[in-house]
Design a protein around this ligand. Sequence first.
Ligand SMILES: *Cc1c(COP(=O)(O)O)cnc(C)c1O
Length: 388
Amino acid sequence: MTIMELDQTYVAGTYRRFPVEIVSGRGSLVQDANGKQYIDLGSGIAVTSFGVADDAWVQAVEAQLHQVQHMSNLYYTAPCARLAEALCRRTGMAKVFFSNSGAEANECAIKVARKWAAENKSPACSTIVTLRNSFHGRTLTTLAATGQDHFHELFQPLTPGFAHIQPGDLEALRALDAEHTVAAVLIECVQGEGGVLPLSPAFARDLEALCRERNILLMIDEVQTGNGRSGALYAYMKYGLSPDVVSTAKGLAGGLPLGATLLSEKVAHVLSFGDHGSTFGGNPVACAGALSVLSRLTDSFLAEVDRKSALIFEKLDGKPGIESVTGLGLMIGLKTVRPAADVVRACMEQGVLCLTAKEKVRLLPALNIPEDLLSQALDVIVRVCADQ
Ligand SMILES: *Cc1c(COP(=O)(O)O)cnc(C)c1O
């Protein structure tokens, strides 16, 4: 059997894959089994922050592989401790819990909120409020957090204690918290899976103010927007917010599974011995990868991310067949006249890998994509979108 046949026979059918087998790559170029080369504008869905097989990243990961690839959380290891320190120094947060994925990072945030509210407000204060059209993960609890009904239908009953409000509807939050039953609000600054929709800065500020007024935790899901993707280290920084909890994953370790839940001083001591854990959480190889990524997300590098973002807007906005360009940093959504899936397929034929998000075409290039490759790929997108 071919690889495609093996996969279709033996891998659970949860992914609609393109008929392409990727075998190798370098930076923002990847190659399929037939030797065809593509410019990658997907980065494994915002994961390979510095592209495929980046030299410095490979070196950092490989060095740790030769030291120790895993230890249980019964012992100290240097990459985990150093990464927690680096994340806290860069964000002003107080502590970090490490896990392996975005869903797991959000699970931890939700556990922190529930325990904090039970201890500091009342046991009845357990509701977590999220936004309609949000995406927070695939576990039963993070599905409950996800504000899109179609994800819920087949998997009832989900974890109780979640409510969803329309972005912009502060009154709905006030109403939900009339009896002081809301523990936390969990939001994405830019709804990624929901169609690359940035939250209005005014709503974000008002939401934060209401959370402060009602002693509700403000928790930000930076799984997709985080780690330089937005042009800031975390998107909440661009919004001028001061969250109590931040969850992140995807691009954090540059291509290895790692989730992190950052805890502000206010909630730093909520979890104690035995309250939470994860066998692979804080894995030294993943943390070594993340230390390499984080060390390169300097102010000047992030300014380059913003400059490339501006270039994308400039090249695509208002072009024939492109109705709108939305997003922040190198997280871009295109509303196209042609169906997004057609655009993605046509781009792939012409050697450019893009993604979709709902009805949008979504671009999540590596943060260090060379400008000439980016321009070349954008030319392809412009041609494909104009070809109606
Ligand atoms: C991808 C994503 C998740 C889920 O991350 P996994 O690593 O797939 O569990 C959660 N929240 C947001 C905003 C995401 O984009």
